[in-house]
Design a protein around this ligand. Structure first.
Ligand SMILES: Cc1cc2nc3c(=O)[nH]c(=O)nc-3n(C[C@H](O)[C@H](O)[C@H](O)COP(=O)(O)O)c2cc1C
Length: 138
């Protein structure tokens, strides 16, 4: 099954809470490794930007599950395609919460220092997530 990478943007709902993040991350840690999925999720209390990579079928199944999740809305596909290698292979799902680094990187990879993944190109969204994951590795 072809190695595939998918990136989407979404928005939090008004009733979204810290418990929701914890439950989502617990599901990701439990499910993603057995499905061959890896990735990163960035969240700034307003928007999500998530990358999923793994076998094409599993990426698609998980994306469909996530799109239907009522804990977020306006899910928008940013990038999708077959790839030669994983960029987030060491993480079942790396979670990067709101921090100053997101603002600094938003300025570098978009037209403003307000993190808004709907305003990023596919290429800049991927570069943003790669830099974010690498910088917060320690
Ligand atoms: C922004 C967001 C990201 C999510 N990412 C994942 C993920 O990477 N893996 C996962 O299994 N569930 C993820 N979920 C949760 C799924 O929508 C779903 O609730 C979960 O997979 C159900 O797990 P279960 O079948 O083990 O109960 C995410 C949900 C949201 C809102």
């Amino acid at each position: 099954m072809y190695l595939t990478r998918l990136i989407y943007a979404s928005s939090q709902t008004e009733q979204f809470s810290q418990n929701d993040i914890e439950a989502m991350m617990a599901a990701a840690q439990a499910n993603n490794p057995r499905l061959g999925l890896s990735g990163v999720l960035c969240f700034n209390r307003k928007f999500f930007l998530q990358c999923l990579e793994g076998p094409r079928e599993q990426v698609n199944l998980m994306y469909n599950k996530i799109v239907a999740d009522p804990r977020h809305r306006h899910v928008t596909l940013v990038a999708y395609g077959e790839v030669d290698e994983r960029y987030f292979g060491q993480w079942a799902m790396k979670y990067v919460p709101d921090n100053q680094q997101i603002q600094a990187l938003a300025f570098r990879f978009s037209d403003s220092d307000d993190f808004n993944p709907y305003r990023m190109t596919a290429a800049s969204a991927l570069a943003f997530l790669r830099t974010l994951a690498a910088d917060s590795e320690t």
